[in-house]
Design a protein around this ligand. Structure first.
Ligand code: HEC
Ligand code: HEC
Length: 394
C-alpha cells in the first residue's frame, strides 16, 4: 500500500515536472556583454603616410622609433577585446561603481570633465584625468603626470589598487574577474589558456590602450594632401592655417613654438621628458616628476607633456585642471608664463625671462581654431573602443 502511494507521488511529481518543462521554457542566461562575432581590428593601425616619414623640417615629425609597445606584449585583436571588457568593468572596483571608463570617457577622448575625478568612495583624485590617446607614442614609456609608472603594463593595475580610485587588493583583482563566467573564454582567446592572472589583466588593458590611436582628424585630411606640415592645408580655413603656422614655427621665426614640446604628427610629448611650462613661479603642493625622481632637481615642477589630439574634448586643462578652456591655455602661453626656477628654456626669451608672445586677438583665436582641427570623431565614437556592457549589475 505504502509502495503504491509512493509510486503515485513520484508519478504525479514527474508528470508535473515534465508539464512544467513543456510550458515554462528555461529563460536563456541574460547577456552581460555584447561583443561582435568577428573581432574588431585593433592590430592594423592604418597609419597615414605622414605618420611614417619625417617631413624634413626641424624636429622629427614621424612616429618612427617612439612606439613604447614591448615585444613581450604585442597588441592582438583578442587581447585588446579582453582589454576593452576589463576597461569598462565596474567589478574591478570595491563596490562595483567605478571602471577605468568612468574617469576616461570615450566621448571626452578618454579623459574626464571634472577637475578631479571621483573614485569609488567619492574621494577626488589628486590630479586631473589624462586623455588616453596615442599613449603608445610616448617614447620614454613612463606614465602618469609625474611619470611614476615605469611602463604601461605597470600603470594599468595602479588605479585598481589605489585605495580611493577602485580600491581592490592584488588578490581580489583576480578573484573578482575569475568570478565572472564570461572571462575564461576571453582569456583563452587572448592568451591560449583560460587562466586568469593580474599580469594577463595588465597586458590586456595595455593592449586596449595602445590600440587607441588618433590619425583621422581634419588635420590629417589636410596633411595628407601636402608635402610638409608648414604648407597651407587645402581643407583648412585661412584662420586654421594661420593657427597651424603659429603652432609649428619656433618663436624666433614668428611662431608660438608649440611644436617644440608637443611633437610629431601624433602630437605627443617630445622625447626629453617632463617639462615645466611656467604655470607657477614655485612648486609648493605638487612637485611633479621630482616626486618620482627625487635626485633630479630639474624635475621639480615638471610634468609629462600631454597629448594634444582631441584636445577640444578634454577640458579642463593641465595636471590640476586649472584652465577651463583653450582660450585660457593660449593666454597662459601668451602672457602668463611664470619664472619657475625650472622653467623650460623653450618658454624663455633671449634674456632668459619668461616669454611674452604678444599675440594679437586674431592670432590667439587662430591657435584655438587650429587646436580644434585635431578633433578625431573616430576616437569619440568607434564601437571598438566603446563600453560593451549591457548589464553591469550581473
Ligand atoms: C577615479 C578616476 C580614475 C579611474 C577609475 C582610472 N583612472 Fe586613469 N587616471 C586618472 C587620473 C586622475 C590620472 C592622472 C593621475 C596622475 O598622473 O597622477 C590617470 C592617469 C592614467 C594613465 C596615464 C596616462 C599618461 O599619459 O601617463 C593611464 C594609462 C590610465 N590612467 C589608465 C587607467 C586604467 C587602465 C584604468 C582602469 C584600470 C584607470 N586609468 C582608472 C583617473 C582615473
Ligand atoms: C616647454 C615645452 C612646452 C611648450 C613650448 C608648450 N607646451 Fe603646452 N604643455 C607643456 C607641458 C609640460 C604641459 C603640462 C603642464 C602641466 O600640466 O603641468 C602642457 C600642457 C598643454 C595643454 C593642456 C593639455 C591637457 O591635456 O591638459 C595644452 C592645450 C597645451 N599645452 C598647448 C600648447 C600650445 C598651444 C603651445 C604653444 C603656444 C604649447 N602648449 C607650448 C609643455 C609645453
Amino acid at each position: 500500500m505504502k509502495k503504491a502511494l509512493l509510486f503515485l507521488v513520484i508519478l504525479i511529481c514527474c508528470t508535473s515536472c515534465s508539464d512544467d518543462a513543456q510550458y515554462v521554457p528555461v529563460p536563456p542566461a541574460p547577456k552581460v556583454i555584447d561583443l561582435p562575432e568577428t573581432l574588431y581590428n585593433y592590430t592594423n593601425l592604418n597609419l597615414p603616410p605622414h605618420f611614417l616619414s619625417n617631413d624634413g623640417i626641424g624636429l622629427p615629425s614621424s612616429v618612427n622609433g617612439i612606439d613604447n609597445n614591448p615585444a613581450s606584449n604585442p597588441v592582438t585583436d583578442a587581447g585588446a577585446t579582453l582589454g576593452r571588457v576589463l576597461f569598462y568593468d565596474t567589478h574591478l572596483s570595491r563596490n562595483q561603481t567605478v571602471a577605468c571608463g568612468s574617469c576616461h570617457r570615450q566621448n571626452l577622448a578618454f579623459s574626464d570633465s571634472p577637475v578631479r575625478s571621483l573614485g569609488f568612495d567619492f574621494v577626488p583624485t589628486r590630479r586631473h584625468s589624462i586623455a588616453l590617446i596615442n599613449q603608445r607614442y610616448y617614447a620614454r614609456g613612463r606614465f602618469f603626470w609625474d611619470e611614476r609608472a615605469p611602463t604601461l603594463e605597470a600603470q594599468v593595475l595602479q588605479p585598481i589598487l589605489d585605495v580611493h580610485e577602485m580600491g581592490l587588493t592584488a588578490n581580489e583583482i583576480t578573484q573578482k574577474i575569475a568570478a565572472r563566467p564570461f572571462y575564461s573564454p576571453l582569456f583563452q582567446a587572448a592568451f591560449g589558456t583560460g587562466t586568469i592572472t593580474n599580469e594577463r589583466i595588465a597586458d590586456a588593458l595595455s593592449q586596449f590602450i595602445r590600440s587607441i590611436v588618433s590619425s583621422q582628424s581634419k588635420y590629417d585630411n589636410g596633411r595628407a594632401q601636402v608635402a610638409n606640415r608648414l604648407v597651407p592645408f587645402p581643407n583648412f580655413t585661412a584662420q586654421e592655417n594661420q593657427g597651424k603656422e603659429l603652432f609649428m614655427k619656433p618663436v624666433n621665426e614668428g611662431g608660438a613654438g608649440c611644436f617644440q614640446c608637443h611633437a610629431t604628427e601624433a602630437f605627443v610629448s617630445v622625447n626629453s621628458g617632463p617639462k615645466n611650462n611656467g604655470l607657477d613661479a614655485s612648486s609648493t603642493v605638487d612637485f611633479g616628476a621630482f616626486e618620482t625622481f627625487p635626485s633630479n632637481n630639474e624635475f621639480k615642477g615638471a610634468f609629462k607633456i600631454p597629448v594634444l589630439r582631441n584636445i577640444a574634448q578634454t577640458a579642463p586643462y593641465m595636471h590640476d585642471g586649472r584652465f577651463a578652456n583653450l582660450v585660457q591655455v593660449i593666454e597662459h602661453y601668451n602672457s602668463g608664463v611664470k619664472n619657475h626656477p625650472n622653467l623650460s628654456p623653450q618658454l624663455k626669451d633671449i634674456n632668459g625671462n619668461p616669454q611674452q608672445l604678444n599675440l594679437t586677438e586674431s592670432q590667439k583665436a587662430a591657435l584655438v581654431a587650429f587646436l580644434r582641427t585635431l578633433t578625431d570623431e573616430n576616437i569619440l565614437s568607434n564601437q571598438k573602443w566603446s563600453d560593451p556592457f549591457i548589464n553591469q549589475s550581473l
